[in-house]
Design a binder for this molecule. Structure first.
Ligand SMILES: [Zn+2]
Ligand SMILES: [Zn+2]
Length: 493
C-alpha cells in the first residue's frame, strides 16, 4: 500500500481529479462497454476521455451525474497500491489505452493503482482522501477528442465536468458562466453591429463595422494623446518585408511557428510582419544617435499577422491579424528604470480610464537555458519599477519573450475573469543583432537598450474584452451611439 499524503486541506486540482475518477466509476457501472483512458483536472473542472462506439447523450449525462452523486455520498476512501508492470497490464488486459500508459511508464518509476469502491484506475496520484470531500459537481458537456491529441489515433468522447468544495461555489460558478454567455463579445458584436469575421475572407481576420470603428477611433485617440504627452514619435512601417529581416532579428529561428509562410516575388521571399520591432529598429539604425538624443520613443498602431490554428481562433480575442498599440524605446542602461517606470504609469492610466480597477502584474522571466547576465539587469529594472509604484506582482518563470524578460499586465473584468492585455519587455538582444549604436559622452559607441511595450496589447483583443466587461453597454464617452432622440408621435418630429 502507498501511504496517502496527509494534507490538511485538499486543493482544487486534487478535488477535481478525484471527481474524474468518480465519473469513470459511474461510466463503468452504467456503460460497461466504454473504455476509460485519461481524466485530468483542468481550469474550473475536469474531464475524462472514453472510447465507446455509441455517443453519450444529454440523457446519459443526467444518469451519470445521478450515479456520481451516489458515489460521492458513499464517501469511499481513495486507496493507492504500488504494483508491478505485469500486474498493471493484467489488470487492464481489456483496455489498450491503459495498457499503453502502463507500458510507457519509465523503468524505475512507481506504477500505482488507485481504488474507490469497486472502481480501480491506473493513476500517478494526487487525490482527495475520500469521494465525500467533493462538495458539489456537475457534468457540463461532451466533445470529441483524439487519443493523445493525435488526429491519426482513435476518436474518443470527452465528458467535461466541474467540481467544487461547496454547493455555493458551484452555484456561483454556474451563474458566472451564464453571465459570461450573456456578455459573449461574438454575440454582442453581431447584435450591436460592431464587427464581423467573414467566412469568405478567412478565419481570425476582423472586419470593423462603422459602430465598432467609432469605438476604435476613440480608443486610438485616447492612446495617441497619452503618447504625445510623453514624447513618443509616431512612425509607420510596411506590413510585408523581405524575409532576410526576420533572419537578422531571430524571428525565423525563434518564432517561425507563429508566422505566415513566405510570399515569393521575383524569386525573393517576403513575409507578413508578425511584430513591429524590426521595422522600428531599421528606422533607428538609419541615422546616427548621440546619448543626448536618448531616450528615443517610436510608436505605431502596427498591424501584425500571426499564424494560429483554425481550431483555436476565438472572436476578437484570438485572431490572425491584429493591430497593436506598439512602441519601442531606445535608451541607455541608466535610463532603463525610469523609462520602465513611466511605461508602467501609462499602462495603469490606460486600464483605469477604460474602467478596470483590478490590475494584476506578472514578471515573466526567460527559460533557464536562455538566461544571460543581462536578464538580471532587466528583471531588476522591472522589479524596482513595480516596487517604486507599490504595485504587487507575481513571477511567471519561463514566460518571457525569446529576447528578454517582460512585465505582463492583466485585468479582472466585471465578472472576475482575468484577461492579459499589455506587456512591457526589456531587450538587450535585438540591439546587438542589428548592431545598433549610440555615441556615448566619452565619444565611444554603445548598444542602446530596447523596451518593447504595447499597453492595450491588440486593439482587437482590447475591444473584445471591453465589450464583455461592459456587457455591450459602453460608458457614454466610448459609446458609438450616445443619445437617440425618439419622437413620441409625428407631431413632435
Ligand atoms: Zn487519479
Ligand atoms: Zn517589439
Amino acid at each position: 500500500m502507498v501511504d496517502s499524503p496527509v494534507e490538511s486541506t485538499v486543493g482544487l486540482p486534487e478535488l477535481r481529479h478525484t471527481a474524474a475518477h468518480v465519473l469513470a466509476y459511474a461510466v463503468q457501472d452504467l456503460f460497461p462497454d466504454a473504455k476509460p483512458t485519461i481524466g485530468p483536472a483542468i481550469d474550473n473542472g475536469f474531464y475524462y476521455d472514453f472510447d465507446r462506439a455509441e455517443a453519450f447523450t444529454p440523457d446519459d449525462l443526467a444518469r451519470l451525474e445521478a450515479r456520481m452523486h451516489e458515489i460521492v455520498n458513499a464517501d469511499y476512501p481513495m486507496t493507492g497500491e504500488r504494483v508491478t508492470r505485469e500486474a498493471a497490464l493484467a489488470q487492464f488486459a481489456n483496455n489498450p489505452y491503459k495498457a499503453e500508459i502502463a507500458r510507457e511508464i519509465p523503468e524505475g518509476e512507481p506504477i500505482t493503482l488507485y481504488t474507490i469502491g469497486a472502481f480501480t484506475d491506473l493513476c500517478r496520484g494526487g487525490h482527495a482522501h475520500t469521494t465525500g470531500e467533493i462538495g458539489a459537481l456537475k457534468l457540463m458537456s461532451v466533445a470529441g477528442a483524439y487519443w493523445r491529441g493525435d488526429e491519426h489515433k482513435p476518436m474518443l468522447q470527452r465528458i467535461y465536468g466541474t467540481a467544487w468544495p461547496t454547493k455555493a461555489e458551484l452555484d456561483a460558478y454556474l451563474l458566472m458562466l451564464e453571465e459570461a454567455a450573456r456578455r459573449d463579445h461574438r454575440k454582442l458584436g453581431q447584435e450591436l453591429g460592431l464587427f464581423s469575421i467573414e467566412e469568405d475572407a478567412g478565419g481570425g481576420l476582423v472586419f470593423w463595422h462603422p459602430k465598432g470603428a467609432i469605438v476604435r477611433g476613440i480608443i486610438e485617440n485616447f492612446i495617441r494623446e497619452g503618447l504625445a504627452e510623453r514624447g513618443y514619435q509616431p512612425v509607420v512601417t510596411p506590413h510585408i518585408v523581405h524575409e532576410h529581416l526576420y533572419e537578422i532579428s531571430g524571428h525565423l529561428e525563434n518564432f517561425a511557428h507563429g508566422m505566415f509562410g513566405p510570399i515569393e516575388i521575383e524569386g525573393q521571399r517576403f513575409r507578413l510582419k508578425p511584430m513591429n520591432c524590426p521595422g522600428h529598429i531599421l528606422i533607428y539604425r538609419s541615422e546616427g544617435h548621440s546619448y543626448r538624443d536618448l531616450p528615443i520613443r517610436y510608436s505605431e498602431f502596427g498591424t501584425v499577422y500571426r499564424f494560429e490554428r483554425s481550431g483555436t481562433l476565438h472572436g476578437l480575442t484570438r485572431v490572425r491579424g491584429f493591430t497593436q498599440d506598439d512602441a519601442h524605446l531606445f535608451c541607455t542602461p541608466e535610463q532603463l528604470q525610469s523609462e520602465f517606470e513611466q511605461t508602467a504609469d501609462e499602462a495603469l492610466r490606460m486600464v483605469r480610464a477604460f474602467g478596470f480597477d483590478r490590475v494584476e502584474y506578472f514578471l515573466s522571466t526567460r527559460e533557464a537555458q536562455l538566461r544571460t547576465e543581462t536578464d538580471e539587469i532587466a528583471e531588476n529594472a522591472i522589479r524596482r519599477a513595480l516596487e517604486s509604484r507599490g504595485l504587487p506582482f507575481e513571477i511567471d518563470a519561463g514566460g518571457g519573450a525569446f529576447y528578454g524578460p517582460k512585465l505582463d499586465i492583466n485585468v479582472r473584468d466585471a465578472i472576475g475573469r482575468r484577461w492579459q492585455l499589455g506587456t512591457v519587455q526589456v531587450d538587450f538582444l535585438l540591439p546587438k543583432r542589428f548592431d545598433l549604436k549610440y555615441r556615448g559622452s566619452d565619444g565611444k559607441d554603445y548598444p542602446p537598450v530596447m523596451i518593447h511595450r504595447a499597453l492595450g496589447g491588440s486593439l482587437e483583443r482590447f475591444f473584445g474584452v471591453l465589450i464583455e466587461h461592459y456587457g455591450g453597454a459602453f460608458p457614454a464617452w466610448l459609446a458609438p451611439i450616445q443619445v437617440v432622440v425618439a419622437p413620441i408621435s409625428e407631431h413632435q418630429a
